[in-house]
Design a protein around this ligand. Sequence first.
Ligand code: FMN
Length: 157
Amino acid sequence: MKILIVYDSRSGNTEAMAHAVAKGVESEGVEVVIEKVDEVSVDELPGVDGVILGSPTYYGLPSAKIKEFIDASVKYHGKLDGKVGGAFASAGGTHTGAETTILALTEALLIHGMVIQGTSGLNHYGAASVGAPNEEESETCRKMGVRLASLVKKLHG
Ligand SMILES: Cc1cc2nc3c(=O)[nH]c(=O)nc-3n(C[C@H](O)[C@H](O)[C@H](O)COP(=O)(O)O)c2cc1C
C-alpha cells in the first residue's frame, strides 16, 4: 500500500506540512512517497492507493503548478476511481483562503472518483497552516496522514 504526496512550495511552509503528513502515513505502516510538483510525473498516479495534494494559497486557490499537475492527470481519468484522496494548504493568514484552496483541490480529487474523508476534529476539510506550521498545525497534518493511511488500509489492505 502506497500514498503519494504531491506539493508545491516556494518558501517551505507547505513542504514542512507535507513532511508532517508523511510522518502520520508512515506511522500506520503505509509506504509514502513525497514529491515536489516540479519533479513528479502523473505516471506515478496509477501505482498508488492514495493521493494527497498540498499547495500554498494563491489568491484563495491552489498554485498554478499544482493546477498544471491536476490538468496533466487527465491522462489517467477514469483510472483512479476508488483511490483515497486528501488535500492540505498553507496560507498567509487565518480565514484568508486556505479552506477554499483545500476545497478546490478536493473537487479535482472527487472528479477523479477518489474517496475523501473529512474529520469532525480540527481542520474539517484537511490540514491548514498559517505560514510555517507550528506544533499544533504539524500535529493536525500528522493526524491527517494517520487517518488517510488507515482509510487506505481499510479499502485496499
Ligand atoms: C502569489 C501569491 C498569492 C498569495 N495569495 C494568498 C492568499 O490569497 N491568501 C493567503 O492567506 N495567503 C496568500 N499568499 C501567501 C502564501 O499562501 C503563504 O505565504 C504560504 O504559506 C506560502 O507557502 P510556501 O512556503 O509553501 O510557498 C500568497 C502568496 C503568493 C506568493
